[in-house]
Design a protein around this ligand. Structure first.
Ligand SMILES: Cc1cc2nc3c(=O)[nH]c(=O)nc-3n(C[C@H](O)[C@H](O)[C@H](O)COP(=O)(O)OP(=O)(O)OC[C@H]3O[C@@H](n4cnc5c(N)ncnc54)[C@H](O)[C@@H]3O)c2cc1C
Length: 395
């Protein structure tokens, strides 16, 4: 049996851990703390020690890495078709798989969803791992994660990618915890070391000020979530593949949630899918000025975006926020009005095809990544632009 580890050189005998232990496993002997066999490694004592003298012994898990093959993508869908991020990830999975000379797998769970397999093949999947059941009709963490965990134990994929969506984040966290493997959230870049198979998972860290590359060298699978629009959708092909049916005994599960009714969320502002986005920042000066942007957006058939400063000021709701803690977008045209161009904002829109910035400060960082820049007051420029566009577009 192992118990909490005590570094006697660090221990100052304050007794804080003795008070924190819920099972009476810690006691003082002289001026140092000792542990008895009641310790269940709950860890309650570790956080209270002011000198970090306590730690939970963990043996580094080691697996035979050569057993693990294939790059998997978890399909997210609404029962009718996969969501776009699934195709984006299949494109990226194909690149990674070709460097490792392995296959691309798509995990497809649901009820009567096999018809989606063809589309998954056409975006790059070689095999679709399919599990169908009425239990899987609507997404629930427990049955979905249990099926995937069992699939993983059986087929041993080297890498699993999922969208950093509400569902993808929930599912990936649960699967990684059950498999005791590493998960890197919100990756913005994925590369692979062809020799070791280690996935180089790049993501912003420390508030977006640095990019960190994270490895999971000892365990498999290596798991990453990636936000929608970080990678482009690959070209569709007429590729075909194999469906691998996977059966699962749901009677052994004690599922604690029941879906009473499913109310689909109708997104009015589909920022993620918009081809043109008109975005406003603190430079608007007041919430009413979003009306000027709205008129431009309506003229162009564009969605309305915002910087966090505008959202935090309460001028517009969070669903409109673009950036590191908002949405990642990849429109054909992104028009930034009164937005300075912080790293956190640019993290969410820098992959737009064409960026147009309107800012009264010629030194504003947004101009560094803009294809077109207009230096001036947005209150003057935006209405002029709208007027001209209306003339040309006839609206
Ligand atoms: C952990 C973390 C996460 C974050 N996540 C996000 C995120 O997801 N998205 C995000 O946007 N920010 C995010 N931020 C905040 C970010 O750091 C910036 O504070 C924010 O992006 C600034 O918004 P802004 O450009 O609208 O405002 P400002 O930086 O204040 O810029 C306003 C701009 O408007 C211009 N301007 C002023 N008046 C006019 C005018 N009349 N006409 C034209 N131009 C004018 C100014 O010259 C200035 O460049 C995050 C910050 C942290 C620490």
């Amino acid at each position: 049996m192992s118990y909490v580890k005590i570094d006697k050189n660090l221990c100052v005998g304050c007794g804080a851990c003795v008070d924190a232990c819920p099972v009476g496993a810690l006691f003082m002997e002289g001026d140092k703390v000792e542990v008895n066999d009641k310790c269940n490694l709950c860890g309650s004592c570790v956080g209270v020690c002011p000198v970090n003298a306590l730690s939970i012994p963990r043996e580094a898990k080691k697996v035979d890495l050569s057993d693990w093959k294939g790059v998997w993508v978890i399909t997210e869908h609404d029962g009718k078709k996969p969501v776009t991020v699934t195709f984006e990830l299949l494109g990226e999975a194909s690149k990674l798989a070709s460097k490792r000379d392995t296959y691309v797998g798509a995990v497809l769970l649901g009820n009567n969803v096999a018809f989606m397999a063809d589309e998954l093949f056409s975006y790059g999947a070689d095999r679709v791992f399919l599990c169908e059941s009425p239990v899987l009709e609507h997404y629930r963490t427990e049955p979905y994660s249990e099926v995937i965990v069992e699939m993983v134990k059986h087929f041993k994929p080297e890498i699993i990618l999922s969208g950093a969506t509400t569902q993808g984040r929930d599912l990936a966290g649960s699967v990684a915890t059950k498999l005791e493997t590493g998960l890197t959230a919100d990756c913005t870049g994925l590369e692979i070391c062809p020799e070791t198979g280690n996935l180089l998972q790049t993501r912003p860290a420390f508030g977006g000020n640095i990019m960190a590359t994270i490895l999971c060298p000892n365990t498999r699978p290596q798991m990453s979530t990636v936000r929608p629009k970080v990678f482009p959708v690959p070209p569709k092909t007429d590729k075909k593949g194999d469906i691998v049916n996977f059966s699962f005994d749901f009677s052994k599960l004690n599922i604690r949630t029941e879906v009473l009714e499913y109310l689909p969320f109708e997104e009015k502002i589909s920022l993620a899918d918009a081809e043109i986005i008109v975005s406003g920042g603190r430079g608007l000066g007041k919430p009413e000025n979003f009306e000027i942007l709205k008129e431009l957006a309506d003229t162009l058939g564009a969605a309305l975006g915002a910087s966090r400063a505008a959202v935090d000021a309460g001028w517009i709701s969070y669903e409109h926020q673009v950036g590191q803690t908002g949405k990642t977008v990849r429109p054909k045209i992104y028009i930034a009005c009164g937005i300075s161009g912080s790293v956190q904002h640019m993290a969410g829109m820098k992959h737009s095809d064409i960026i147009i910035a309107i800012n009264k400060d010629p030194e504003a960082p947004i101009f560094k990544i803009s294809n077109y820049g207009i230096v001036g007051d947005l209150n003057v420029i935006v209405p002029l632009l709208t007027k001209e566009l209306k003339k040309h577009l006839g609206s």
